[in-house]
Design a protein around this ligand. Structure first.
Ligand SMILES: *Cc1c(COP(=O)(O)O)cnc(C)c1O
Length: 395
């Protein structure tokens, strides 16, 4: 039973910020794979690609060893390189922009919308130059971007749209699953994403020729067609047609992915249930700005980031995080915007004043624990801890 003693922490045993949800079926399938004699890319990867494409509603899916690798391969296969600019939101994980640098192009950071913190379409349009080749909307926290506006801008300016869906497997925009809008879309199966293969990722794509180029790029630049063209030389023959990467998914990963995909709807529903509990409780705390949820989307709650109305509190975000930690609650911050990281700040001469929305949000953001393995009591503890910390520090 919980005590009301405000001197002892809400939880004696710390609630971790995040934990993966791996079931027995995943474990059995991984063991089966280890015994099968086929460890790397093989039949299970193929099966996982097909199941994932069918789930998302995309013609084709290409498995990769991470979302980062998938984004890199996608930009490379689209022919983006030196002299090109790629527009990315500043409020994202570094991988979104790092891969632009890896293909030799220039990432152009832009500000975000004040409610969702997703990339601001007006800021995208304002950043377009004759060198712009692509825009990478990130469906942040599990809430899809305003794709109608982004795709209209891209069409007007003849740009590629590459969707970073690392947070947004199972999310929907306008009744369609993320990954089915016709743009190359890259998902993450990192350990703490909405579904996991430990490390892993998937690209959905609606252009089979582009998919084939991705497959060449992700496996050494090896052409799979070579043996067909030189049938007489036998199946050992291949040709390296470009200096490729090594980003293929293993069957061990795919073994996990098949069962994670089967449980995805159930895990997503649990996330939504927990998010609804938070929203109901926190609505009563005017010191907090709650995550946006626009009409016409299905939010999949990869994260539940609250924003602190700092003018109504006596402590800043960092002290708030420390206070929650003393109550036994693990938290995090998503994200430190790119313009604040030394590499991007110094190399591209970025200033916080150029990204007023993202920069202000950064100083307010606290991501609370939210994952399917959390119990109702865990969620109640988070609510109680947040209430206590707000209560002690309201102005
Ligand atoms: C996690 C993440 C990535 C990278 O995913 P990996 O599978 O770890 O490479 C890319 N973009 C965003 C927004 C992410 O959160």
């Amino acid at each position: 039973m919980k005590t009301n003693n405000m001197d002892s922490p809400v939880r004696e045993k710390r609630l971790p910020f995040c934990l993966p949800d791996v079931g027995e079926a995943e474990i059995e399938e991984v063991i089966d794979t280890l015994r099968s004699g086929w460890l790397t890319t093989g039949p299970k990867t193929k099966k996982f690609e097909q199941a994932f494409a069918a789930y998302v509603g995309a013609p084709e899916a290409v498995a990769v060893n991470s979302c980062t690798g998938g984004l890199h391969v996608t930009l490379a296969a689209l022919g983006i390189g030196p002299g090109d600019e790629v527009i990315v939101p500043t409020m994202t994980f570094a991988a979104t922009a790092n891969v632009v640098v890896h293909v030799g192009a220039t990432p152009v950071m832009v500000d975000v919308a004040p409610d969702t913190l997703n990339v601001d379409p007006a800021a995208v349009e304002a950043a377009i130059t004759p060198r712009t080749r692509a825009v990478v909307p990130v469906h942040l926290y599990g809430h899809p971007c305003a794709m109608d506006r982004i795709m209209a801008i891209a069409e007007r300016h003849n740009l590629f749209v590459v969707e970073d869906a690392a947070h947004s497997v199972a999310a929907e925009w306008n009744g369609r699953r993320v990954g089915s809008l016709g743009n190359p879309t890259v998902f993450s199966f990192y350990a703490i994403k909405n579904m996991t293969t430990g490390e892993g990722g998937m690209i959905t794509v609606d252009d089979s020729e582009l998919a084939e180029r991705m497959r060449v790029w992700l496996l050494h630049g090896m052409s799979r067609d070579a043996w067909k063209r030189y049938e007489a030389t036998g199946s050992w023959y291949y040709e390296i047609v470009l200096a490729g990467l090594k980003y293929n998914m293993t069957d061990v990963q795919a073994a996990m992915g098949l069962h994670q995909l089967a449980r995805l709807e159930e895990m997503t529903r649990r996330r939504a249930e927990l998010a609804a509990r938070y929203t109901e409780a926190f609505r009563l705390l005017p010191e907090l700005i709650l995550p946006a949820y626009r009409d016409g989307v299905r939010h999949v709650w990869h994260l539940y980031p609250i924003r602190l109305r700092l003018e109504q509190l006596t402590i800043d975000r960092n002290a708030f995080i420390e206070a929650l930690s003393r109550e036994g609650i693990g938290t995090s911050v998503h994200f430190i915007p790119l313009h604040r990281h030394p590499y991007y700040r110094d190399r591209f001469g970025l200033h916080p004043a150029d990204f007023p929305t993202a920069d202000a949000a950064y100083q307010q953001l606290v991501s609370l624990p939210l994952y399917p393995r959390m119990s109702d009591q865990d969620a109640a503890d988070v609510v109680e801890a947040v209430r206590r910390v707000v209560g002690r520090h309201r102005k």
